[in-house]
Design a protein around this ligand. Structure first.
Ligand SMILES: C[S@@+](CC[C@H](N)C(=O)[O-])C[C@H]1O[C@@H](n2cnc3c(N)ncnc32)[C@H](O)[C@@H]1O
Length: 417
């Protein structure tokens, strides 16, 4: 494995103070206050108000704030190029070189891509300190620890998938801006996103492939035995069906029905069921969950609604339908983002800004478009529990269905039982 001897941003040298990278020069800012108005440069240490400022912003001056914004915007563009690296397979190609420095042409040839584009991407990734360059300045490599991190599920691979939300949300940017306007539309529909369901399924599968059967199901007392002996399961808002397919494969005695309002998601799910020869016990159907038919009464022993209730226009009505279709002793698992309902309580939540932004661009907006109040994926534990309880369920809340998950699990049983 090549160590990148003499490389530009490789081995920490004494001159670098033992650091991996030379310290960045102080940013050249043009946003500082004119010297005569010195109050503008005073530390912003007023911590009044309902929420104390996070420690790193206490005492922050305007130039420091400017530097933070610059870093944040730069990081946003690095993340966009990370999405490119995942989508084009360039990270996998670089990982395959096992740390051997290669020219942009060699990398492009291996990836089957155009050299000019690959070279520009390498520029973004190298200056962004993701890819390294050797002393020639013409050869590039991904150090093994980064290659493993970026390409391994359970490490950083899911973060590269998350980065793909940036270009997806970019597609609807102008529609969202229009929706902000008082005379603009309420929100946008799923059709605007194109590949949302593919993205969502990929995000979910990262977890479910590894955890659904082995870790999550055993946390629900008695469920594994029921699934093994054969029950009917309903996957509400199944998307492209990742969870239904895994359950159907693991528990052939059980019948899994996935329903979703979007026809193209249902088509993809059905195709996957056929490809995996699971059509005996896994079926998908296009259905608005508000219209669950009366003749399904008492039919399902387990209902799952994963990251879907907050997208549905009228959760109260959905819960009314679920109450009817649950068999005696039936249970429902609702998964939602593990957030709190008040912004003030999410100040220290990792990825809170990511979830709020994705909610603004997607969850809140599609629910408003469907006629809902705009719950958004950050509606939080308190709101979700209140909705589930007033929908007639006893609720037990588990802050995480398994280690590393962004979700919390609301395990629901009928109030009447
Ligand atoms: C955030 S996605 C979650 C998909 C899947 N459960 C997962 O975890 O990957 C929400 C899903 O709910 C579906 N959905 C939204 N409103 C619906 C409704 N009224 N009836 C059925 N499905 C709905 C969407 O099409 C989408 O597939």
């Amino acid at each position: 494995m090549q160590s990148g001897k003499g490389g530009v941003n490789t081995i920490p040298s004494k001159a670098m103070g033992g650091q991996l990278f030379p310290p960045c020069p102080p940013p050249v800012m043009n946003v500082g206050p004119p010297p005569m108005i010195d109050w503008l440069a005073q530390p912003d240490d007023d911590a009044e108000g309902p929420v104390a400022k996070p420690p790193h912003t206490v005492g922050e001056s305007m130039p420091e704030f400017g530097a933070r914004i610059m870093e944040t915007v730069n990081a946003g563009f690095i993340a966009l190029s990370i999405a490119v690296g995942k989508e084009t397979g360039l990270f996998s190609v670089l990982a395959g070189f096992e740390g051997q420095p290669k020219t942009s042409q060699e990398i492009a040839d291996e990836a089957g891509l155009k050299e000019r584009y690959v070279r520009e991407w390498l520029g973004a990734m190298t200056t962004g300190r993701i890819v390294n360059m050797d002393a020639s300045g013409k050869r590039f490599f991904l150090p093994p620890h980064r290659a493993i991190f970026l390409t391994t599920p359970g490490l950083g691979y899911e973060l590269t998938i998350l980065a793909a939300a940036l270009p997806m949300q970019g597609k609807v940017f102008n529609y969202i801006i229009d929706s902000f306007k008082r005379d603009g539309p309420r929100g946008i529909s799923y059709e605007h996103f194109g590949d949302f369901h593919r993205f969502m399924n990929a995000c979910s599968l990262i977890w479910w492939d590894r955890h659904l059967v082995s870790t999550f199901i055993p946390t629900i007392p008695g469920l594994k035995d029921m699934l093994e002996s054969g029950i009917s399961v309903l996957d509400l808002g199944c998307g492209e069906g990742g969870a239904s397919l895994i359950l159907g494969e693991a528990f052939p005695q059980s019948s899994i029905l996935g329903v979703d309002i979007c026809s193209h998601a249902v088509q993809e799910a059905s195709k996957a069921a056929a490809d995996r020869q699971l059509t005996n016990n896994v079926r998908f159907m296009e259905l608005d969950a508000h219209d669950i038919p009366d003749d399904w009464a008492g039919r399902f022993k387990y209902v799952l609604a994963w990251d879907s209730i907050h997208d549905m226009a009228n959760p109260g009505k959905i819960l009314e339908r679920v109450r009817k279709i649950l068999a005696p002793g039936g249970i429902m698992s609702v998964l939602e983002v593990n957030a709190r309902s008040e912004i003030a309580d999410n100040m220290d939540m990792p990825f809170a800004s990511t979830f709020y932004t994705n909610s603004m661009f997607h969850c809140m907006s599609v629910q408003l478009h469907a006629g809902g109040e705009g719950l958004g994926n950050m509606w939080g534990r308190e709101r979700a529990e209140e909705t589930l309880r007033s929908g007639g369920f006893k609720v037990e809340t588990f802050p995480s269905p398994f280690e590393g998950s962004f979700n919390c699990h609301f395990l629901c049983r009928l109030d009447s039982e």
